[in-house]
Design a protein around this ligand. Structure first.
Ligand code: ATP
Length: 298
């Protein structure tokens, strides 16, 4: 018996950092959007204890992997047996695309489904937040405004009718460092006060993304000049709006269609740094897709 999980990446379409909290995290206001770039997880029952393997992009194996932490969190609260989990890693790592968070959410959902565990959605959200601030969003995915640490979620109707070019310079950025360099209070008021609400209602992506800012971007640019270079390359290639995602360094460019985005991506490949990873993606109304047989519990 095994389950296969597609765990989708996210982008942040705007991110305001509002304040530093007593617990060391930051209160933010962001718009999360799932995209059709996914890692694949295959989960099988293991007779020899917990095991983790990975192919594709390099990720840490063992206890520091968020997949491992998610599985252990489930096993601490349920009678879930040991499992082996294989990750096919496609989402760039430490890139502001929430890849580790997606894998953790996929593990929580995959295990619940496979072993029919008596965990409610609220239980999964609580376990998710214990693993990372973005993980609760990843459980459902789609489009949502996130406040608090990002776990206070308000789901929006799906946004669509656009594509994005993602440019990821090969410089991993830790979320902690990005938040440490933000200048709170200098960056203006909350994200959504700047927004024309009709732009949101009408799904006007051009108006939406032009109005939104990522407060983490200036600090990341100062230690990672590639972010400014990627922004320039996307703007020169004709992107409608350009912004860094999450804690970076991935920069996203807005296009009206996948065809336009492919043209822009070709141009960035021609003019940009050969070390940049470039993906063309579209929004998706899902965080994880779980397929496979459930195990019969005796
Ligand atoms: P976020 O946008 O949620 O801050 P990110 O996309 O910037 O996340 P991730 O790709 O989730 O970053 O990786 C963050 C860190 O987590 C990296 O240092 C990486 O080594 C570690 N990590 C642990 N498990 C995983 C995993 N399954 N996939 C990717 N990174 C992982």
């Amino acid at each position: 018996m095994s389950v296969r999980v597609e765990a989708f990446a996210k982008v942040n379409l705007g991110l305001s950092v509002l304040s530093r909290r007593p617990d060391g995290f930051h209160d933010i206001d962001t718009l999360f959007q799932s995209i059709d770039l996914a890692d694949s997880l295959t989960i099988e029952r293991s007779d020899g204890g917990m095991a983790l393997s990975a192919s594709g992009l390099s990720v840490p194996l063992g206890e520091s992997n968020l997949v491992w932490r998610a599985a252990e969190a489930v096993r601490a609260e349920t009678d879930c047996p040991p499992v082996s989990i294989d990750i096919v890693k496609r989402i760039p790592v430490a890139a502001g695309l929430g890849g580790g968070s997606a894998d953790a959410a996929g593990t929580l959902l995959g295990l619940r489904s496979m072993f029919d565990l008596s965990l409610t959605d609220a239980d999964l959200s609580r376990l998710a937040l214990g693993i990372g601030s973005d993980v609760p969003f990843m459980l459902r995915g789609g489009t949502a405004r996130g406040r608090g640490r990002g776990e206070d979620l308000e789901w929006w109707p799906p946004l669509g009718g656009f594509a994005l070019v993602l440019v990821t310079p090969p410089v991993p950025v830790s979320a902690g460092e990005a938040y440490a360099s933000v200048r709170i209070g200098l960056t203006g008021s909350a994200l959504f006060t700047k927004l024309n609400c009709s732009a949101i209602q009408e799904g006007d992506m051009r108006a939406l993304m032009t109005a939104l800012r990522n407060d983490l971007e200036p600090g990341v640019v100062s230690c990672c000049p590639d972010v400014a270079a990627a922004r320039f390359a996307l703007e020169s290639a004709g992107a409608i709006a350009v912004q860094m995602s999450g804690s970076g360094p991935t920069v996203l460019g807005l296009a009206e269609s996948r065809e336009d985005a492919e043209v822009q991506a070709r141009e960035v490949r021609r003019t940009g740094d050969p070390g940049w990873a470039i993906h063309v993606v579209e929004p998706i109304d899902s965080g994880c897709r779980v397929e496979g047989a459930k195990e019969r519990r005796s």
